[in-house]
Structures are given as C-alpha cells and as structure tokens.
Design a protein around this ligand. Sequence first.
Ligand SMILES: *[C@@H]1O[C@H](CO)[C@@H](O)[C@H](O)[C@H]1NC(C)=O
Ligand SMILES: *[C@@H]1O[C@H](CO)[C@@H](O)[C@H](O)[C@H]1NC(C)=O
Ligand SMILES: *[C@@H]1O[C@H](CO)[C@@H](O)[C@H](O)[C@H]1NC(C)=O
Ligand SMILES: *[C@@H]1O[C@H](CO)[C@@H](O)[C@H](O)[C@H]1NC(C)=O
Ligand SMILES: *[C@@H]1O[C@H](CO)[C@@H](O)[C@H](O)[C@H]1NC(C)=O
Ligand SMILES: *[C@@H]1O[C@H](CO)[C@@H](O)[C@H](O)[C@H]1NC(C)=O
Length: 303
Amino acid sequence: MQVVPWRGAALLLCCACLCAGVEKDCVLGKVGEPVLLPCLYPALSTFLNFSIEWRKYDKVVFRSLWDEDGNVETWSVNHVRIPTDAPLTGNFSLELPSAHPKHDRSQYSLFLLSGENQSAPLCTMCLRIAASFRTPEVKKEHTEENDESTYLCHSSGGYPEPVVYWLINNSQEPPNGSVRTQAEALPDSHLYNITSQLTVNIPKDATVSCTIKNPSMNEKLTSKYGASPNPVEWQASHGMWIFSTVLCVVVAIMVLAGVYYQIHLDRINKRRKKEYEEPQRGRRYQWKQAAEAMMPEQVETDV
Ligand SMILES: *[C@@H]1O[C@H](CO)[C@@H](O)[C@H](O)[C@H]1NC(C)=O
Ligand SMILES: *[C@@H]1O[C@H](CO)[C@@H](O)[C@H](O)[C@H]1NC(C)=O
Ligand SMILES: *[C@@H]1O[C@H](CO)[C@@H](O)[C@H](O)[C@H]1NC(C)=O
Ligand SMILES: *[C@@H]1O[C@H](CO)[C@@H](O)[C@H](O)[C@H]1NC(C)=O
Ligand SMILES: *[C@@H]1O[C@H](CO)[C@@H](O)[C@H](O)[C@H]1NC(C)=O
Ligand SMILES: *[C@@H]1O[C@H](CO)[C@@H](O)[C@H](O)[C@H]1NC(C)=O
C-alpha cells in the first residue's frame, strides 16, 4: 500500500517519467557488449532552449543542448550516446558502446535543464556488469605424502568474483579447512582468474567436482575429476580388452584344432584297431570278461 502513493509522488516529481523509481532492478551489462540504460519521457518539442544531461553519480557523461531553431550540440565521454531523435520520440535511453567491469554498480541519472532550472532526475538506473567464466579445469596434483590428494580447479575470464565450491562423490562437502581459493583480478580487463585448491584424504576412486557459480550471470559451471576414466586409462583398458579377445579367439581355435585332430586320430586308430582286431576277437573278449569280473571287488574295496 505504501508503494502506490510513493509512485504517484515520484511520477508528479518527474513529470510523468515512465522509468520512475530509484529502487528498480539494475540493468545487467555483459562485458564487451553494448548496454542500454532505458529512459522514456514524453516528447519535449514544446520546450524552447533546453538541455539534457546523463550523469554517472554527479559526473556528466553525456550532454545534449537543443536551441529554439532545432540545432543540437552534444558532448560525451567514451562515445556514450542517446538516439538523435530523442526530443521527438521521448526515448532518451543511454547507450554505452561496450560494458566494462569498471562501470559495475554505478548509478546513472538523466536530468533536464532549462535555463537555470534543473529538474529532479527523470530516470535513475543502476548498472551491473558481468562476464561468464570459462568451464573450469580440474586436475590432480601428484603428491604421495600423507595419503592426501591435492586437486586444483582453474577458470578465468569472468566477472564478478565467483563462488567456488567442491563436492566429493557428488554429495559430500569437503571438510573445513581443506579448500583454499584465490581470485585475482587482471589489471587491464578487471576480469578474474580463479584457482581453488582442495587437499583431502579420500580413496583414489572417489569423484571430485568443482563448481564455479556466478550469480550475476545466473551461471553454474561444473567439472569433475574421476567421473569417467581419463584417456590414458581408457586406452589401457581398451588394450586389455583387445588382448583378451584375441587370446580367447586363439584359444578357441587351438581347442577346435585339438578336438578335430583328436577325432581324426580316433578315426585312424579305430580303423587300425578294426584291421588289427578282426582276427583276434576271441582273445580281446576274454580279457574284457576278466576285467569285468575284477571290477566289483575293486568297487567294494574302494567303498
Ligand atoms: C536560446 O539559446 C540561444 C543561444 O544558445 C539564445 O540566443 C536564445 O536567446 C535562447 N532563447 C531563450 C528563449 O532562452
Ligand atoms: C530507445 O532507443 C534504443 C536505442 O536506439 C532502442 O534500442 C530502444 O528500443 C528504444 N526504446 C523504445 C521504447 O523505443
Ligand atoms: C525556473 O523555475 C521557476 C520556478 O520554478 C520559474 O518561475 C522559471 O520560469 C523557470 N525558468 C525557466 C527558464 O524555465
Ligand atoms: C565448518 O565450519 C562451519 C562454520 O565455519 C560450521 O558451521 C560447520 O559446522 C563446520 N563443519 C565441520 C564439519 O566442522
Ligand atoms: C589467467 O588465466 C589464463 C588462462 O588460464 C592464463 O593464461 C593467464 O596467464 C592467467 N593470468 C594470471 C595473471 O594468472
Ligand atoms: C567415494 O566413492 C568411492 C567409490 O564409489 C568410494 O571408494 C569412496 O569411499 C567414496 N568416498 C567418500 C569420501 O565417500
């Protein structure tokens, strides 16, 4: 209920400025891209001599002066501008050609000046700057001391300073004091290089993931270590697989060849035996009987 009268007063104060409200959400600019700070106002063709000023806090960054003959004089810092037909359309939006982290969290206001009089701000906008980080890289440092493993997570090119967190096996937070994170703003671009170090005592097959969260961009970038076998391990297991397949095939061929050879030998033997046994059947039969007679006794002694 408090908002409505406040808004009404503001509207009166700014002569029906459409973008009234200091408390409005900030405009988000992406580093390197143009940003528009919107400000709409009723057309100003009825004024005689007047000028407008966009100020960053109290420093003028853009000024335009129209006189009664329709001439216009403009002045600006860093090539910021407004549409040239602004007084006709009422679109006084300020365009910054390229967002830079040094503009972050600044407040811009538009003023109308006529003679010696100055209006209340017609529009006040705050500007937030952000840039995406690169997908982080996680690697393991090879230290064999104390059974502890050290993992490093690195990313760069983002803004503002992100939140970094680690998870072990996709769910467990690392113990207190095991993470050290360092963010470094590069001098020219103001973009951040970020390196986080996790030192823990965990089994070798545990999965470790590093997430870089940039709330301004509504972005979360995660990289894992140990989730999928790394290329070297993959090649090794691939090699093992090929080796065992080849081994299986070779063994199978040898077994088949052996069986075939055995069958072949058996056939030859049978033929030979037949040829040999034909005349001596009687003798072999007697031997067989003798063997059968012995068998039961053997079984009994065994049991
Ligand atoms: C408008 O400005 C011009 C010069 O900038 C001046 O000569 C003229 O008198 C001004 N007119 C009014 C109404 O103030
Ligand atoms: C105001 O001007 C800007 C820049 O020319 C344009 O992008 C924007 O759409 C305009 N807004 C309206 C409401 O016309
Ligand atoms: C400035 O404002 C005063 C009072 O608000 C008004 O009397 C005067 O005419 C205005 N001057 C101009 C140049 O608009
Ligand atoms: C880690 O520290 C935080 C606050 O610093 C505390 O709330 C939390 O209980 C601690 N966790 C462990 C496991 O010690
Ligand atoms: C920041 O990170 C980039 C990419 O990893 C790297 O090339 C550069 O050297 C780093 N700069 C500093 C100052 O650490
Ligand atoms: C994580 O998982 C691995 C294998 O699934 C297991 O050996 C290890 O104990 C787990 N680590 C923790 C800290 O839970």
